[in-house]
Design a protein around this ligand. Structure first.
Ligand code: NDP
Length: 450
């Protein structure tokens, strides 16, 4: 059954959708052993319906730069599945955005949101707009133009977008600023808003902190290990990476690498987070090259100095590795290096950063592997906490959100590891996550009817 669905999908999707097919293939392979256990899955065509988005919305975004030149970008929202609740998922602004990339992200989001146990469906959106090198005013004009097109498809009980690559609280602020003028209401229609008007404390930290809470629980339960005094490597230098580093350092780890789209830093004395934030935080996108101006003992490697499929950050000895930049950035050769160097765990901060053959190798060699749909679900969970606060007109303090996030990440770990055990694939957190998430969504789809 799974093979037939995959082959039909290949025929009906275009070649730019390969990344979507990669994500679907991983999930359906995990589900193969369980689809036969309940005849309703076939009767209600659950798998076929699950791999088909409810709708793909595409629109033109036209805007003026600071020299009054006209620019046109593609804007998208993919509403994939709302069986568990309103559509929920981030917006990505990056030149690599296509319907294929967003279909993969929206599909993954269904499973991630299901794993949180919260009432939220799966969606994703964005644009091929490149925020790099744009003035603050240009970012604002682009966000306003984007929202003029998007507003009629979203709503606090319909679809609640958040941030992702290239979209932080500044962009969400501008998007919300335009939204509230159009239907003239103050709905919590976006999450990740600045705290000054409806945002939740801890939303900026939530994904990175959540990744570390998940990792801490997994390492403690599986190996009785902690991060105290351990060397960790990491990719990325954006929202997820910065807050993963922050929490790892708070727990006593030494994080020695980070990267951006142009190069990588290796700092054996531990990444200086204040310096890194001064280069990268809140929409600043200065090159990592400048890091070595302040810390000459660190090494900067420019991207063109290494082949695409050998990422320097994964070549250093470490206890645990955290890919936090983007999809398909950790290859099978990187996995081999990590294994040779004694890495015991790979925890995904980004969405699907590890190639399927690299995952298989890590698992075969006994490295604990946490898939992003489980380990990075803290961001969307705190987004849902923001929706709850908006709906009840409340403001929760930092400690309350932090405690709830920590507890939720432990619950996700428990759900994933118990499911893996139940289905005879102990410590396979990929299968555990896919099966646990699927069962909750499938049950809702069956109960709601066709
Ligand atoms: P940011 O835009 O804040 O940072 C992204 C980082 O990755 C930057 O350092 C960027 O470098 C680098 N990067 C982006 N594209 C590439 C590329 N093609 N090759 C190499 N490096 C690249 O995004 P986030 O930190 O928010 O997101 C990172 C990942 O985490 C994504 O996979 C996202 O989907 C996922 N995620 C994010 C959540 C969130 O709450 N923000 C929630 C759950 C998952 P540069 O600065 O040079 O562009």
């Amino acid at each position: 059954m799974v093979e037939k669905i995959l082959s039909n999908l290949e025929k009906s999707n275009c070649s730019t959708d390969n990344i979507f097919l990669q994500a679907v293939s991983e999930v359906l392979t995990s589900l193969e052993p369980i689809v036969k256990t309940d005849s309703r899955y076939e009767q209600f065509a659950i798998l076929e319906r699950l791999v088909t988005p409810d709708r793909i919305i595409q629109f033109k975004v036209q805007w003026l730069d600071d020299n009054n030149q006209v620019h046109i970008n593609n804007g998208y929202r993919i509403q994939f599945n709302n069986s568990l609740g309103p559509y929920k998922g981030g917006l990505r602004f990056h030149p690599s955005v296509t319907t294929g990339v967003l279909k993969f992200l929206a599909f993954e989001q269904i499973f991630k949101n299901s794993l949180t146990g919260l009432p939220i469906g799966g969606a994703k959106g964005g644009s091929d707009f490149d925020p790099k090198g744009k003035s603050d005013f240009e970012i604002m004009k682009f966000c306003h133009a984007f929202m003029r097109e998007l507003h009629s498809y979203i709503g606090a009980r319909v679809d609640v977008p958040a941030g992702d690559i290239g979209v932080g609280s500044r962009e969400i602020g501008y998007l919300f600023g335009e939204y509230k003028h159009i239907p003239r209401n103050y709905d919590g229609v976006l999450s990740g808003k600045p705290y000054a008007f409806g945002g939740s404390l801890m939303r900026p930290q939530a994904t990175g902190y959540g990744v570390v809470y998940f990792a801490r629980e997994m390492l403690y339960q599986e190996l009785q290990e902690s991060f105290e005094g351990k060397v960790c490597t990491l990719s990325g230098a954006g929202n997820v990476a910065l807050h993963t580093i922050e929490k790892l350092q708070q727990l006593g780890a030494l994080v020695v690498t980070c990267s951006d789209s142009e190069g990588t830093i290796y700092d054996p004395s531990g990444i200086n987070l204040i310096l890194l934030k001064s280069l990268k935080d809140e929409g600043k996108r200065l090159s990592l090259e400048y890091y070595t101006d302040s810390i000459p003992t660190a090494t900067y490697t420019k991207k063109c100095d290494y082949p695409e499929y050998a990422h320097p950050v994964w070549s250093y000895p470490c206890f645990a590795a955290f890919p936090c930049a983007t999809q398909n950035e950790l290859t099978v050769s990187d996995a081999k290096k990590l294994i040779e160097n004694g890495c015991v765990a790979v925890i995904e901060g980004a969405n699907m950063p590890t190639f399927p053959d690299a995952i298989a190798l890590l698992q075969r060699e006994g490295v604990l592997f946490a898939p992003g749909k489980a380990s990075n679900a803290g961001g969307v969970a705190v987004s849902e906490f923001e929706m709850s606060q908006n709906a009840s007109m409340e403001k929760w303090d930092f400690d309350k959100v932090d405690r709830k996030l920590d507890e939720l990440m432990r619950q996700i770990y428990k759900r994933v590891s118990l499911t893996a055990k139940e289905y005879g694939v102990e410590r396979n957190f990929v299968d555990g996550a896919n099966i646990a998430a699927f069962k909750r969504v499938a049950e809702a789809m069956i109960l709601e009817g066709v």
